[in-house]
Design a protein around this ligand. Structure first.
Ligand code: SF4
Length: 72
């Protein structure tokens, strides 16, 4: 699958570039570079716009994403 189209502006992807630990690197590979449809940040961006995504939301936090989307 293709790289996420939000990759250039996504705080999660860009804020860790200097000091990627192994976990963050794996998340980038799994979500950002392979399947953004499973990413909590991407789900909110598509549903509500990128301004609705909490700065510190992790791509794995889908339940939190559902809550944010359903309560808006
Ligand atoms: S964290 Fe999610 S929204 Fe951000 S670049 Fe990766 S897949 Fe896209």
């Amino acid at each position: 699958m293709a790289e996420c189209e939000l990759i250039d502006k996504c705080p999660f992807f860009n804020k860790h570039l200097e000091n990627d630990d192994e976990t963050v690197a794996l998340l980038k590979e799994k979500y950002c570079k392979t399947n953004n449809l499973n990413c909590a940040r991407y789900m909110i961006s598509i549903a509500l716009g990128s301004e609705a995504v909490p700065e510190d939301l992790n791509p794995t936090e889908k339940i939190k994403a559902y809550e944010i989307i359903s309560s808006s």
